[in-house]
Design a protein around this ligand. Structure first.
Ligand code: HAM
Length: 428
């Protein structure tokens, strides 16, 4: 027999046992975003390759080696989105959403990067991203950071730290880049192969190296924060004052440079050491030049994205139960007549109680086997429809979780009221 198919490496199925936690996370994020006045935008998964090259940057890891790029039947080069900022900016420009107005937007969905799969790093992963346009001041940077801090509180995540840096204006970064190249060139022999390659393509990324052998040479490198232009300096100081006032703690990390080229001024990452090597759960920053780079006017932009696989892993560790998807009631149907009547009864109950989670037994079988299923389902009540009940338009109701609870018999038209009072009131 042929070997069964398997998913593509680095691309995961989210199984029924895990999806409750995903849903619960997504619901909480949606609620928090709504509370801050953010609106959802839904974007295609495929974009023209050029969009990512132009926004993320030609010499970034993502564009150089991680994109799923292919020619479609027309010969156009398309790419599975490796992130959402570029597509969101493209959509807003295309639909005129940035003209003399501000926008607070979010999107969710899968992203694709051909990275080496490991715990917390996948080739298909999921982000919820947030982007704010048309607001140039540090107030919106602070709002976004407060939003994330609130989200961690709502989710019960404690072991997270905010790292903060400013990359300055692009002019200041060009000057800094020259100083950095001169510094690293003078210590060329101490650079690893990757850094030697990056020296003339993307020297700022050398600061981000994970190679311990490079620690000394990186530690002594000039620091961008010391050389910020006046405007970026003022922006950063005000942001820090706002965060202090809001009681959001942060660590300054002058080595935080991010792996995408579109950032300027504020950059930040929320990190945890509870997840091993892939500890960044949320990251972002300001990108005031991106819209212009994509052919629009100068429009300020700032945003972040969080990695849902990593957040779900953290939630599992704090044993966040996820959405309650166990049924409230399990309908047991014994005998042919009951099976026929059962469907009608179940449909009527769902009509009367739209939030009732009712599982109807399918597949026949005797009372004992069905009762075992009802018990295993986690339901609070078994509803039992047998031959006698069918004859008298009744149904038996047996509490399953409460050992004191006696089985009672109700008229079928009384069950909805009874369940509303009992099952739905206790477990909405
Ligand atoms: P990013 O830092 O590339 O930024 O990704 C954001 C988050 O997505 C990461 O912090 C991580 O949690 C998650 N993530 C990234 N790659 C993977 C992967 N291979 N497997 C699992 N999770 C991953 C961006 O994507 C920017 N678009 C964020 C942004 C929005 N900046 C401004 N606006």
């Amino acid at each position: 027999m042929a070997k069964p198919f398997q998913a593509i490496r680095g691309m995961n199925d989210i199984l029924p046992g895990e999806s409750a936690r995903w849903q619960s996370l997504e619901t909480t994020v949606r609620e928090v975003l709504a509370a801050y006045g953010y609106h959802e935008i839904r974007l295609p998964i495929l974009e023209k390759t050029e969009l990512f090259a132009r926004s993320i940057g030609e010499v970034t890891d993502i564009v150089e080696k991680e994109m799923y790029t292919f020619a479609d039947r027309n010969g156009d080069s398309l790419t599975l989105r490796p992130e959402g900022t570029a597509g969101c900016a493209r959509a807003c420009l295309e639909h005129g959403l940035l003209h003399h107005q501000t926008q607070r937007l979010w999107y969710a969905g899968p992203m694709f990067r051909y990275e080496k799969p490991q715990k917390g790093r996948y080739r298909q992963f999921h982000q919820i991203g947030v982007e704010a346009y048309g607001m140039a001041g540090p107030d919106i940077d602070a709002e976004l950071i407060c939003l994330t801090a609130r989200l961690w509180r709502r989710l019960g995540l404690r072991d997270v730290t905010l790292q903060l840096n400013s990359l300055g204006s692009s002019a200041a970064r060009v000057a800094y880049r020259e100083r950095l190249v001169a510094y690293f060139a003078a210590r060329h022999a101490e650079l690893d192969e990757d850094s030697q390659r990056r020296l003339h393509t993307n020297p700022l990324r050398i600061l981000d190296t994970k190679n311990p052998a490079m620690r000394a040479v990186v530690a002594e490198a000039p620091v961008l924060l010391d050389e910020l232009d006046a405007e970026s300096q003022a922006h950063f100081e005000e942001l820090r004052a706002l965060l202090d006032a809001a009681g959001v703690a942060y660590e300054l990390n002058p080595r935080l440079v991010r792996g995408l080229d579109y950032y300027s001024k504020t950059v930040f990452e929320w990190v945890t050491d509870t997840l091993g090597a892939q500890g960044t759960i949320c990251a972002g920053g300001r990108y005031d030049g991106l819209i212009e780079q994509l052919g629009g006017q100068t429009v300020a932009g700032v945003g972040f994205a969080m990695g849902l696989e990593r957040l779900v892993a953290m939630l599992a560790a704090v044993s966040h139960p996820g959405v309650d998807s166990q049924p409230h009631a399990y309908l047991i149907l014994v005998g042919d007549a009951a099976q026929r009547r059962g469907l009608v009864l179940a449909e009527r109950l769902r009509e009367q109680l739209p939030t009732l989670r009712l599982r109807m037994h399918c597949g026949g079988g005797g009372f004992k086997a069905q009762f075992r299923r009802a018990d295993h389902s986690g339901a609070r009540f078994a509803l039992i429809l047998g031959e006698d009940e069918v004859k008298t338009d009744a149904v038996a109701l047996k509490p399953l979780r409460d050992s004191q609870g006696e089985q009672i018999t109700l008229a079928q038209d009384q069950i909805a009221a009874h369940l509303r009072a009992a099952a739905l009131a206790e477990r909405p």
